[in-house]
Design a protein around this ligand. Structure first.
Ligand code: SF4
Length: 375
């Protein structure tokens, strides 16, 4: 388990070391809709660009609106401060306007030899989506081939698919252990597993996951489970907050599942292989549990959330909304109604990377106390 924490703590050092060791290129990406399979096929290391909690994001103000979400501003700020100076390229698959602006500004103001914008459709329920997105992936692959001066063959794609697929399958196996009455891993550990998966070479990460899978049946977590919590929301890699809720409150609580992109949404659905590799990759990304920015005209993710609540025996939810995050904010009224119908108490937190987790302690504690009173 310590590997996942170390990788999460030292992601920049890891990527720099990887470059030195392999002589390969590293590409930073802005949203988990980016098809990492194609990058592994091209022997490029994809690392997700994250912000830095507690770090000043004022430097981004000249480039991006202050009323864009703190996550997107923090990502850009870290780039402008030179924290990602080892990147050879950046790319994004369209998710929302805020993070796209961070990408565009990066593309314009920071020196990278390659950048690419993938027109990932918002209409993931629309007719023709599979053919359309497959076409986008063909163009992305061609652009990478031009950058790298080499061909990406079907055998390369099989390799890339295999690396990413194994990683996601292993995480799904590990998540099964969170269903236990006494979950074998904490929410903080789960977050570190997914976070580190997005910033390391998945081949190395896969070995650590396989090792963990063998250990989990006998692993005892020496803590009281308390209230079984779920996080539902925007991008969330706030380990400090997660730790504070699980370790620092007067009432015990454990995050047993989550629906966001540094959690189960990143790896949930099965990959269906096919002769046409890019079509299979396109299908996987279009069919994954959607981010609210793509969850229309039908709201499909709520039934997925309900299944998670039932399977993981969730007792209460924290709705974690990045401040100013439009897609999630629009979803919240309907989500509250849905949770009311399921009789799941919830607490909404408008989150900002600049607000230390300690400030939320009393509020979350009060929410848990109310819940205890209700029970
Ligand atoms: S948190 Fe919301 S606004 Fe920010 S990048 Fe994600 S979807 Fe976009």
């Amino acid at each position: 388990m310590s590997s996942f924490k170390n990788w999460s703590d030292n992601r920049h050092d890891y990527a720099r070391e990887w470059k030195k060791k392999t002589g390969g290129k590293v590409l930073g990406y802005f949203c988990t809709y980016l098809p990492e399979e194609i990058l592994y096929a091209a022997d490029v290391l994809p690392v997700r660009i994250f912000g830095q909690h507690g770090s000043d994001i004022g430097i981004s103000s000249a480039h991006i609106y202050d009323m864009y979400c703190p996550f997107s501003r923090s990502c850009l700020a870290e780039g402008l401060k030179g924290k990602y100076d080892y990147l050879d390229g950046v790319a994004i698959a369209q998710s929302c306007m805020h993070i796209r602006q961070a990408f565009w500004s990066w593309q314009k103001h920071l020196p990278v030899e390659y950048s690419y914008y993938i027109y990932m459709p918002h209409g993931v329920q629309s007719k023709g989506r599979y053919e359309y997105y497959r076409g986008e992936l063909v163009e992305f692959k061609e652009s990478l081939e031009k950058w790298l001066g080499r061909t990406i063959s079907d055998a390369d794609l099989d390799k890339g698919i295999d690396i990413v697929r194994k990683n996601k399958e292993s995480m799904r196996k590990i998540w099964e252990f969170r269903k236990n009455d006494r979950p074998s891993i904490t929410g903080l550990e789960a977050m570190e597993i997914v976070f580190s998966s997005q910033v390391t070479d998945k081949r190395e990460h896969n070995e650590a996951l396989e090792q963990l899978i063998t250990e989990l049946p006998d692993r005892k977590v020496d803590r009281e489970t308390g209230t079984r919590l779920m996080i539902i929301g925007s991008e969330d890699d706030d380990r400090e907050f997660t730790k504070m809720v699980e370790e620092g409150l007067s009432l015990p609580a454990t995050f047993v599942i989550e629906d966001h992109c540094v959690g189960s949404r990143y790896f949930w659905n099965d990959f269906t292989p096919g002769e046409d590799r890019l079509a299979s990759i396109a299908r996987w990304y279009l069919d994954r549990p959607p981010c609210p920015s793509k969850d229309w005209p039908k709201r499909l993710r709520f039934s997925h959330i309900k299944n998670l609540i039932q399977e993981y025996k969730v007792e209460a939810a924290i709705l974690m909304q990045q401040k100013f995050c439009d897609p999630h904010e629009l979803d919240i009224p309907a989500l509250k109604t849905y949770l009311d119908e399921l009789d799941i108490p919830y607490y909404l937190i408008e989150f900002d990377v600049l607000v230390p987790a300690g400030q939320l302690k009393t509020r979350v504690e009060a929410f848990l106390e109310t819940r205890v009173e209700l029970v």
